[in-house]
Design a protein around this ligand. Structure first.
Ligand code: ATP
Ligand code: MG
Length: 278
């Protein structure tokens, strides 16, 4: 980390000390959420509260999504209600579902209230995602993918993208579905923009899509991504219908958690060995 970035963080801390909210907002936005998260533990609780209350919702959500489950639950209990609403709507559906599940354990009543307060579309996404196991693809996926029809022309797809891209988790891969929403092809944004606008998706898509199912174990998901070098994998249900995508950022979080668990497990195995080795 460069000195310049460190200095930005110190300026942020000073602005927090002075209670200068406009400055806090401006400085926090020049920092990456990760840079704030790395120093999160050393910030006094009241400053964390100020950050999550006053940063623009997207930025606050990016920080919130990476907090420990217990901390997430505590913020949902204590932040101003208007801010909680903004945060919930700004979170990606997969992160939102995780946060609400964490809250469910700590404060089931508030969790139910918050779920009821979501916009109908968001609530439906959370309810669908809650059905899946946490350590399987269904629990990692987001429903915010881009799906197109094989009969569409490149020009139509580009027009469609201008409308839908702002809400999609990623725009780099477009999945092709049939009338039953079954996954039948894939194309990349590059494939799309280099093609003649009159070409039909059918002619440029790849029909053999590497995919996973909602019950694919998360370690298998990570392995497939590494083997095939795809940063995104589509998820289908039992009937082959496209229901979500898993992106590499979520898989990296899983690998980090599992590595930490393994290290702890090694520690537990080592201890008795030390005793017996004498
Ligand atoms: P760039 O490499 O610049 O990101 P690209 O178009 O080369 O762009 P890649 O990620 O390299 O994109 O993907 C290469 C090809 O793999 C693309 O044609 C894309 O449609 C295809 N592809 C993407 N995902 C899958 C998948 N799950 N199964 C099969 N093919 C896929
Ligand atoms: Mg490529």
């Amino acid at each position: 980390r460069t000195l310049e970035r460190e200095n930005l963080f110190e300026l942020l801390r000073t602005a927090l000390e002075q209670g200068d909210i406009p400055k806090v907002r401006a400085l926090a936005q020049t920092l990456h959420p990760r840079e704030i998260l790395d120093r999160w533990a050393e910030l006094p609780g009241e400053y964390r509260y100020v950050l999550l209350t006053h940063l623009p919702p997207d930025h606050a959500a990016a920080i919130f999504a990476n907090l420990e489950a217990a901390d997430q639950a505590e913020f949902l209990e204590t932040l101003p209600p208007w801010r909680v609403q903004e945060l919930l709507e700004a979170l990606d559906p997969d992160d939102l579902t995780d946060a609400l599940q964490a809250l469910q354990e700590q404060n089931p009543q508030l969790a139910q209230e918050l779920i009821a307060s979501l916009e109908p579309e968001t609530r439906a996404e959370v309810e669908a995602l809650s059905e899946y196991e946490e350590d399987e693809a269904g629990g990692l996926m987001t429903p915010e993918f881009i799906a197109v029809r094989a009969s569409m022309t490149v020009e139509e797809v580009l027009r469609f993208l201008r409308r839908t891209a702002p809400d999609a988790e990623t725009v780099y891969y477009l999945y092709v579905i049939d009338d039953e929403r079954r996954l039948v092809g894939v194309l990349s944004l590059r494939d799309l923009i280099v093609a003649d606008p009159r070409t039909r998706v059918q002619e440029i898509m790849r029909p053999d899509v590497v995919h996973i199912t909602t019950d694919t174990d998360q370690e298998e998901v990570a392995r497939l991504m590494a083997d095939y070098d795809f940063s995104v994998l589509p998820v289908v249900d039992d009937a082959g219908r496209l229901v979500g995508i898993v992106t590499v950022d979520d898989v990296l979080d899983v690998l980090e958690e599992e590595a930490t668990e393994d290290i702890h497990r090694l520690g537990a195995v080592d201890a008795p060995e030390l005793v017996y080795s004498r």
